[in-house]
Design a protein around this ligand. Sequence first.
Ligand code: CAA
Length: 386
Amino acid sequence: MVDFDFTEEQLMVREMARAFAQKEVAPHAHTWDENGTFPTEAIKKMGTLGLMGVAVPPEYGGAGFDTVSYVLAMEEISLACAGTSVAMSVNNSLACDPILKFGNEAQKQKFLKPMASGKLLGCFALSEPGNGSDAGAAQCTATLTADGRHYVVEGTKNFITNGPNADLCILFATTDRAKGNKGISAFISEMPAPGLTVGPNEKKLGIKASSTSQLIYENCLIPVDNRLGNEGDGFKIAMATLDGGRIGIAAQALGIARAAYEAAGRYALERKAFGAPIANLQAIQFKLADMATRLEAARLLTLQAAVLKDRKVRHTKESAMAKLYASEAAMWIATQGIQVHGGYGYLKDYPAERHFRDAKITELYEGTSEIQRLVIALNVLKELAG
Ligand code: CAA
């Protein structure tokens, strides 16, 4: 693997994240997964290390690094525990980033600073029970009060990662239903709040250390000062935020894939069959070769999207490509990982089955693989048409 000309700083961030993840996250990943334990203490420590606001400037509480550093750190945390890394990814990409990009100075001081430094945890509420892929069809409403000082929010948001543990939420609600996606607005919703009920922690197939819930808004007042951008800007804020978020999920998929690949490789070198390690068998060698190749391809696409984001170049297509490829590679690699382990791969005694369960979510959240293909197709068709 070429080192992609990483700077000293980027390598330092990767090393720091690796050391932390191997010492403080990896040893607990199995138990957190088994018990569905949210890693509160690890997340706090990640805050002190700058991992909860990697690319946020120091004046707003972040570590002041770049998106490439964020990708490198995400891969290392995800290699250890994908449940922990999604909490990190949502805080960095979906909660801090939109305030950094679209918030005013007061919002940055009040909300971004504590979130980027890990004192508060953020979440992102776009999906609803009746709409996920069709994000523009949001039914949740925000109605301005007669005195014009607050919005009254009504509606339910669904699949909210970090929901049960969050202190702040980037919330999307429609302020003018007649305008369709141009009537959606974005808000910073403080948690807890009167009129906001956090639903029970959902029981999931994988990433069990992460928490997920509904957020139910009933007559919940949000100050006008907490609106992000102008009324009607919400859909574009959501889409632009997801352009960054998908890089985080691609990096998460990369970490899961690497964990599955390395576990399979270790097993293949140890396990003997027909009088020799199974790594001597071409059937296993070809699997490892394909796993390694897809892993590298996923890493290059992910870094490409990160470099474009750092250059402030529109990266909608490249983020979708990175997320699509890395998530499908992770699912494929994790499936091969179980196959290399044979029957043992199906048991909880080995981490292969956790990697397999964790990989699946990366094909679903922040836009399914089908949505990524749609985004890529729209962009390539534009390019092809000149
Ligand atoms: N950046 C900026 N603007 C964008 C944009 C982007 N990436 N994508 C679209 N827009 C703009 C368009 O230019 C267009 O603007 P104009 O009307 O001014 O021309 C406007 O937004 C509407 O665009 P579309 O017509 O393309 O919108 P659409 O309704 O057809 O939807 C979609 C497009 C790609 C399907 C979109 O709805 C989508 O991405 N859906 C998936 C949603 C998603 O990823 N949800 C994940 C939930 S969050 C999550 O999972 C977090 C978690 O907990 C881990």
